[in-house]
Design a protein around this ligand. Sequence first.
Ligand code: ZN
Length: 311
Amino acid sequence: MHSSGLKYQRVASRILDYYRQHPVPPLLIFTGPHGTGKLDAALQFIQEQLCEAGTACGSCSDCRLFQQIGGEAHPDFIQFPAEKTPIGDAKKPEPFTVRWLLSTRLPFAPYHAKRRFVLFPAADLINHEAETALLKTLEEPPDHTRFIFIADSVESLKETILSRGVHVPFHHVPLRALEAQTGIRDVHDLEMLGGSFELLDMIQSEAYRSLKAAVDDALSHQLGLLELEAYVREEAKRNAEMKELEYTYEDFLQAFALLLLQRTRRMPVAGDITQAVHQFLSGMRMAQGGMLPFHLSRLFFDLHRTIYETV
Ligand SMILES: [Zn+2]
């Protein structure tokens, strides 16, 4: 986890500072691109609120419970998984469904802290039915419970949700700030970060350096392109290993696509390559795992055609 901190998020930090001194509203909605520190900021804020000293001191019993792996140890903090949140069974709702929250948690006062916090790290993925059920609670929230929703953008949330919360916007981090924060000097690498810390682990990895060399090689002769394809496919097998390195195969592919765009920018066929890469990226976003090899094949087919068959 990179504590990019709130240093570069002036608006968000001003809003959160205000609620350090004033009563926290029933629903705070953090929005902004991936990797801009929304989750870190939310966790920090919640820890301060639960902390006996109100400072996230790190040593009181609330802080110690909170800091245990996943934060699940604190009885007054409920963090939903960052995936689709279903409504849950009407009679016996499974944990981390909306009905489970409404029937087995919210009716009761917090155990330890003054207030319970409920965090939805991917609020845009709350199922429609679940959202409707939750809305009623957000209209008249119990005084002892506070909600924090995190989403990529305001557009991804329903108007009815937005109108009930205080919006805390996060923005892309300026290049200069990224440079200061990461110590990365290479302008191209900084550009690759695209204003967030999302790909930072990837860009600082050994794999990224090899990938960069392989992409440059691929753009200089056709055999290199074949080698690059084999390399990119082979990397999929290292997914488990990558997780330990704090990036995923998807990050790797993302970096690969961005590198292609960056390295071909001055080529006469840049327009065609850009189109192929964007097609690949949107295919990748939609793809349910199994389709990925197809999207890769199509991308490499397009690359061969545009780079080596147009002369
Ligand atoms: Zn504390």
